[in-house]
Design a protein around this ligand. Structure first.
Ligand code: 2U9
Length: 333
């Protein structure tokens, strides 16, 4: 064996050992690729070592060639094995990083619910639609005509004082009752009519446990041939029984500009009479104002304060609780 041959053999052995060690300790696929280029690439160490082959005696070349192939195969083999291992590790790491922990607590989403005023309105309207009434709504800003004049409030009648409200600079006002909507409805529809109107209303009132300057009403109106006070009384009785159960009720005479005769209705509640609504037969002047013939048609109407109904239903002690959005209160409904 020549001197060059044993040199080359030693060099190839060292290359194998060094390469195998480097491959074994590679930590990433990038590092592994760099090692492949370094050892097996065109200008890699193995190619360079083989550059010395030309100087060998021809009879020794096959042996060195075989050794070279052996080293090449060994390194290639290690590279393949290591690549498979690193790829598997990479997938495993990715799987672990992206694992969904189904035992983790969910995100808290607060659950809203119906406000007691809205559920009271819904409940009352369910009863009236069951009796054949249509639901109608209208604007909160109104003209003097719809709020007062068409409803038989004479310009200087003291009843206007009891329904003082906010007047806008253009002469319009914030409605004091939802009766404005029934006037508009009658202008658009011929009798017979049955209409129920929920809505927000405004009055100049000093706020206390049972009064609010902004509150809600539901008003009903029926106009037909031959309607009498008995029809009104029967309707009120059916409504209050559906709303509160079989409670004793009482009609007291009252006055409203838009109804004649008029009454207020009390419900027996906790051993005393509690006023829950006003009602009456529609004043002929109101029918005339919308072009209905009061000699042919009669009507009855009633108005309920929604807050009052809700307070009776849920035994709420102060009307202001319905407005100040205290969740400790609202969560009870
Ligand atoms: C038309 C004609 C008549 C509706 C009526 C009342 C009596 C009444 C109050 C109840 C409590 C208002 O919210 S409250 O303060 N309402 O007393 N409302 S009769 O009468 C009408 C409605 C429309 C065209």
């Amino acid at each position: 064996m020549t001197h060059q041959t044993s040199d080359l053999e030693a060099q190839l052995d060292a290359l194998r050992q060094e390469g195998q060690q480097a491959i074994a300790t590679a930590e990433t696929l990038e590092q592994l690729d760099q090692l492949r280029v370094k050892y097996l690439g065109k200008k890699g160490q193995l190619s360079q070592a083989l550059g010395g082959m030309g100087k060998l005696p021809p009879e020794e070349r096959p042996r060195i060639g075989a050794l070279t192939n052996e080293v090449k195969e060994a390194l290639q083999n290690d590279l393949d094995t290591k690549r498979t291992a690193l790829q598997a590790a990479q997938i495993q790491a990715q799987l672990e990083a992206e694992t969904l922990d189904v035992t983790m607590p969910g995100m808290y989403r607060p659950q809203g619910r119906m406000h007691p005023l809205n559920s009271t309105i819904d409940r009352a309207l369910d009863i009236f639609t069951g009796l054949g009434y249509t639901v109608a709504q209208g604007p909160e800003m109104e003209t003097d005509y719809y709020n007062f004049e068409a409803l038989n409030f004479q310009p200087d009648h003291p009843a206007r004082d009891m329904q003082d409200t906010l007047y806008l600079t253009d002469g319009n006002l914030l409605r004091t009752h939802t009766s404005t909507v029934q006037i508009r409805y009658m202008e658009e529809n011929d009798p017979p009519i049955r209409v129920a109107v929920p809505g927000r209303v405004y009055r100049r009132d000093t706020v206390d446990a049972t009064h609010s300057a902004v509150f809600h009403q539901i008003e009903i109106l029926a106009v037909d041939e031959g309607l009498t006070f008995s029809d009104l009384r029967g309707t009120i009785k059916v409504f209050l029984e559906a709303m509160f159960g079989d409670v004793p009720i009482r009609f007291r005479p009252s006055f409203f500009p838009f109804t004649e005769p008029s009454a207020e209705v009390d419900v027996q509640w906790k051993g005393r009479w509690l006023e829950v609504l006003g009602c009456g037969m529609v004043d002929p002047n109101v029918l005339k104002a919308v072009g209905y013939d009061p000699e042919v048609y009669t009507g009855f109407a009633a108005g309920f304060g929604v807050e009052r109904l809700a307070m009776v239903l849920h035994q709420i002690d102060d009307i202001r609780r319905l407005y100040n959005s205290d969740l400790r209160f609202l969560r009870q409904f």
